[in-house]
Design a protein around this ligand. Sequence first.
Ligand code: FE
Ligand code: FE
Ligand code: ZN
Length: 277
Amino acid sequence: MFTIGAHLSVNKGFEHMGLEALSIDANTFQFFPRSPRGGKAKALDFDDIDAFCEVMDDSSIDVILAHAPYVINLASKSEKTRDNSFEIFEDDLKRLSHLPNNMYNFHPGSHVGQGVDTGIELIASSLNNIISDDLDTMILLETMAGKGTEIGRSFDELEGIIELVEIDEKVGVCLDTCHVYDAGYDIVNDLDGVLDEFDDVIGLKRLHAVHLNDSVHGFSSHKDRHACIGDGEIGLDAICRIINHDKLKDLPFYLETPNDVEGYKNEIELLRGLYTG
Ligand code: FE
Ligand code: FE
Ligand code: ZN
């Protein structure tokens, strides 16, 4: 089954978001559990969550993906920022425990001059304090484009974090097609080679989701600007190969393209037409 969705707004509640996903022929979606710029999260509305669970039960929506706010940086030089990031992360997971089958994607962090190794240790140590055996949510490290001092620009950096995590069965990876292309993985000309490398370094069993974006900038640009499907440097042919690749075709795909809901609907229609499974 093709699992495809887009990033939707949670502002009108979970039931609304579920119905909105179905209205654009999506069977999953991504959302921010709080403002991407941080701040206090809205109190959970349990009636709304019950209504959403019914939508999910009655539909083909099987999994949903939460995206951590951009402000968190578990690798920050400042202890205050790290503590604050940790609190947000922990609180988001507590909130997600009330939602059905979900995953939590986050940007690993930026080492801001401390060096990659120190950054990796800080991130892993936070994850070790956060992850317990009773955690239901799968935590996903997102592959990054490598702007500034971003950690996660290579599969080795992600594996560096994962190998330091004690309860590592709760940790996976979300591959962002724009980010990996900008980071220097040639998914256009050598998708097989990139996936083999992922498998060698991290293991494909860790790959749980794909952010499906085209890229405004070229190969290895380290820029991170998303383009609509087919409008960027990755192009529609490569995107068609990605959604149909044997090693990817059963994963959930999430559009984070510069679109409104109507634009997402059109992209999902286009992609469903190209999916041969
Ligand atoms: Fe992201
Ligand atoms: Fe992404
Ligand atoms: Zn991005």
